[in-house]
Design a protein around this ligand. Structure first.
Ligand code: HSE
Length: 317
């Protein structure tokens, strides 16, 4: 199977390092164009990955040109999320669908803004759109729900879906300032390219919208909601909560008709209270099997790349 990979940031580099023999990178489009000879040595040095050698033949190429003209089976979108208009990814995906190519994405933009449109476009063209990496990084959420909870019947879900803010709240509990905690989260590669999306709750909102559509067929869009982030929470608030046996978590809640993202003070005995650092967790409340929680790495290149690879294996069979 041949993958055309768009994006060579934390996730793209990690994916290049773990691609198995069965999945070949037809090309990797960096911010400056498709992989080309002058940068190839640098890419190879960074990833030490033999699969990139297949890309030697390509000259510099605009990503849309690559999507339109290269031979591949699946488009892998690892470009940064854009919640303003979800471009240029939406155009890349549509072009790929029209060419009967599958899409696997870690980019949340097109799903958060136009879930119904992009999933219908994939369906109409008889191809698949898989997006495990968009929510909770390396934690299986959609494949878990699809394969393991169909019999249980999911009624609602609540979880910690943003690694950056969870890392910051955890660090602030141990006395770090907001600014120190944010800088560390950025240095560790958890934060979005614009960290305002993390701290103001927009990244978690994008994920909650994808969950609401995928798990509950809500037909809802990012623009229909306003999240509450963690920017107003101070170290003093956190320490006062701690004295009461509580902690702050940024929690997303979805069911068949509602969706919210806001900081909540929860008792330290709550299932989500001991989810620290950049870990994410999602509790599914079900009709027949009570509550089922998955916990995993919510951000970072390699865990997220592992979810992308999981989707690629699902297509490969
Ligand atoms: N910035 C995101 C987070 C990365 O911190 O969870 C994964 O979407």
């Amino acid at each position: 199977m041949k993958a055309l990979v768009l994006g060579f940031g934390h996730v793209g580099k990690a994916l290049a390092g773990i691609l198995p023999d069965a999945i070949e990178a037809a090309a990797i489009c960096t911010r400056n164009g498709a992989v080309l000879n002058p940068v190839l040595d640098e890419l190879l040095a960074e990833t030490d990955n033999r699969h990139l050698s297949h890309s030697r033949a390509f000259a510099a190429m605009d990503p849309l040109d690559a999507v339109q003209n290269l031979e591949y089976d699946v488009l892998v979108d690892l470009t940064p999320t854009n919640f303003s208009d979800a471009q240029p990814s939406t155009t890349y995906w549509r072009t790929a669908f029209e060419r009967k190519k599958h899409v696997v994405t870690a980019n949340k933009g097109p799903l958060a803004l136009h879930y119904g449109d992009v999933t219908s476009a994939a369906e109409e063209n008889g191809v698949r759109l898989l997006f495990e990496a968009t929510v909770a990084g390396g934690t299986p959420v959609f494949s878990f729900a699809r394969h393991c909870l169909k019999g249980a019947e999911i009624v609602s879900a609540e979880g910690i879906l943003n690694g950056t803010t969870n890392y910051m709240l955890t660090q602030m509990e141990s006395g770090k300032t907001y600014a120190e905690a944010l800088l560390e989260a950025q240095q560790k590669g958890y934060a979005e390219s614009d960290p305002a999306n993390d701290v103001q709750g927009f990244d978690a909102l994008g994920k909650a919208v994808i969950l609401a559509n995928a798990l509950f067929n809500q037909d809802t869009r990012y623009a229909d909601h306003m999240p509450q982030g963690i920017t107003e929470i101070t170290v003093e608030d956190i320490s006062a909560a701690s004295k009461r046996g509580e902690c702050f978590k940024l929690i997303a809640t979805v069911d068949e008709s509602t969706l919210s993202v806001k900081p909540q003070q929860i008792p330290k005995t709550h299932a989500l209270a001991n989810i620290g650092d950049a870990w994410n967790a999602l509790t599914f409340y079900t009709r027949h099997a009570d509550a089922v929680t998955v916990k995993g790495r919510g951000a970072g290149g390699l865990p997220t790349a592992s979810s992308v690879l999981n989707d690629l294996w699902e297509l490969h069979g």
